[in-house]
Design a binder for this molecule. Structure first.
Ligand code: G
Ligand code: G
Ligand code: MN
Ligand code: NA
Length: 253
């Protein structure tokens, strides 16, 4: 069978699951959010990264039901945490452009919130920069609709695409995510200059800036010093399944 057939079977057999990575406010070290990240464990125990199967799911259209499932699962997790007295401000969910384009996308989001009971202001949708620039008017209207519901919007992998700055300024966006390539660049001769530019841009536009891929204390210190608001990365916490997340929260949260 092809990888695509295996992927469909895996979804049906519930071999796909979510991991959750903590997000931290740099100035206070406070645990403020989570990002939900999908994983696929095959029958023989192998872990296939999303970079290998999300494009397939997008191509086959499976991403629509897969994405709806991710949204629901993330919302329900967040409500379980809240019931346990653990209340990070938000859970961030990655949204594919194929999913975003569906006519019933906003309805799906509303349904995940209603069914789980999660208040909309505890949900954040992460969309990539390429998506935001793709199909202007439909995209913009849809973002405003989500924003008016109280949902937060983050632009993922920021700095890797080609944003029009005037367009970015108009969009109802809350947060820029500095791509982890620019965090890694801190260790090279290029240094932190791109991360700094994005942080300053975010601040000028009144947006929160979060850096991903923080792996070392140096990364943390440099980003902190430039005024980047938030971060996530292996230094603070890896993506974890729910049981390990609960242990992490007991220790650090
Ligand atoms: O967790 P990891 O670094 O392997 O994720 C790799 C990529 O897969 C990231 O760019 C991330 O945005 C994407 N990804 C992870 N989970 C999801 C998901 O649930 N939906 C979509 N569309 N993309 C995801
Ligand atoms: O959605 P996005 O493209 O931002 O995906 C984030 C990805 O980055 C996830 O797949 C996650 O596993 C990965 N990641 C998270 N923290 C780190 C880190 O500190 N270092 C590296 N190399 N990858 C990370
Ligand atoms: Mn992301
Ligand atoms: Na990213």
């Amino acid at each position: 069978a092809t990888l695509m057939q295996h992927l469909h079977e895996a979804f049906d057999a519930e071999r796909l699951f979510l991991m959750y990575q903590p997000q931290i406010e740099l100035s206070t070290k406070r645990f403020i959010g989570l990002e939900a990240l999908i994983r696929w464990r095959t029958d023989d125990g192998q872990l296939i990264p999303p970079t290998e199967f999300i494009p397939l799911a997008e191509y086959s259209g499976l991403i629509v039901s897969l994405g709806a499932w991710v949204l629901r699962t993330a919302c329900f997790l967040m409500v379980r945490l809240q019931k346990a007295g653990i209340s990070p401000e938000r859970i961030a969910v990655n949204v594919s452009v194929v999913q975003f384009r569906q006519d019933d996308f906003v309805d799906n989001v509303r349904k995940a919130l209603n069914d789980s009971g999660l208040p909309p202001n505890h949900l954040e949708l992460e969309i990539t920069e390429s998506v935001t620039m793709a199909s202007a008017s439909m995209f913009e209207a849809r973002l405003h609709e989500l924003k008016n519901m109280g949902i937060h919007i983050a632009i993922d992998d920021f700095g890797t695409g080609f944003s029009s700055l005037s367009y970015l300024d108009k969009l109802p966006v809350d947060r820029l995510k500095i791509d982890r390539a620019f965090v890694q660049q801190i260790d090279t001769p290029e240094g932190p200059r791109i991360a700094e530019l994005i942080t300053q841009l975010g601040k000028k536009l009144g947006l929160t800036v979060i850096a991903e891929g923080i792996e070392t204390q140096t990364h943390w210190d440099v980003l902190s010093a430039m005024g980047c608001h938030e971060g996530q990365g292996f230094l603070m916490g890896r993506p974890m399944p729910e049981d390990l997340l609960l242990e992490w929260i007991k220790e650090f949260g």
